[in-house]
Design a protein around this ligand. Structure first.
Ligand SMILES: [Zn+2]
Length: 147
């Protein structure tokens, strides 16, 4: 188990666009394990690679209690809209109201390199949208909904 330092708002690495993962090798699998450990150690419900300083398109999201790894995730369809509060491990002590779709379809690779496609709704969809935003340098503070 290895914990990595979480980058905080103001760190420019959080603003960069991440590169696709071309090959899932030992180093990538180690990164994924460290991301899971770091997420759980900080009571997070999701984490994206740039939050631990790595500019690769990898996220981990909790589906219930189970961590789901998405490599090169793409949100291929979106439906609905709901505003709710979100926190972020990189944005300390702040919750922000963010509008997200209520239902999405996602394609990605899993840790074995298999292509997966699935639907996510409500909170799970919100988590995935939040983490995928990180891969493009977008943070919740950019999406704050004003009343
Ligand atoms: Zn976040």
């Amino acid at each position: 188990m290895a914990l990595r330092e979480i980058r905080i708002l103001g760190d420019e690495i959080l603003r960069k666009k991440c590169r696709k993962v071309e090959k899932i090798d030992e180093k990538i699998l180690e990164l994924i394990q460290d991301m899971k450990d770091t997420m759980f150690a900080n009571d997070g419900v999701g984490i994206a690679a740039p939050q631990v300083g790595v500019l690769k398109r990898i996220v981990v999201v909790l589906n219930g209690k189970k961590p789901v790894v998405l490599i090169n995730p793409v949100i291929v369809s979106k439906e609905g809209r709901a505003v709710d509060s979100e926190g972020c491990l990189s944005v300390r002590k702040r919750v922000v109201n963010v509008a997200r779709p209520t239902k999405i379809t996602v394609t990605a690779l899993n840790e074995k390199g298999e292509e997966i496609t699935f639907e996510a709704q409500n909170f799970y969809a919100r988590e995935i949208c939040h983490e995928v935003d990180h891969l493009d340098g977008i943070l919740i503070v950019d999406r704050e909904e004003c009343e």
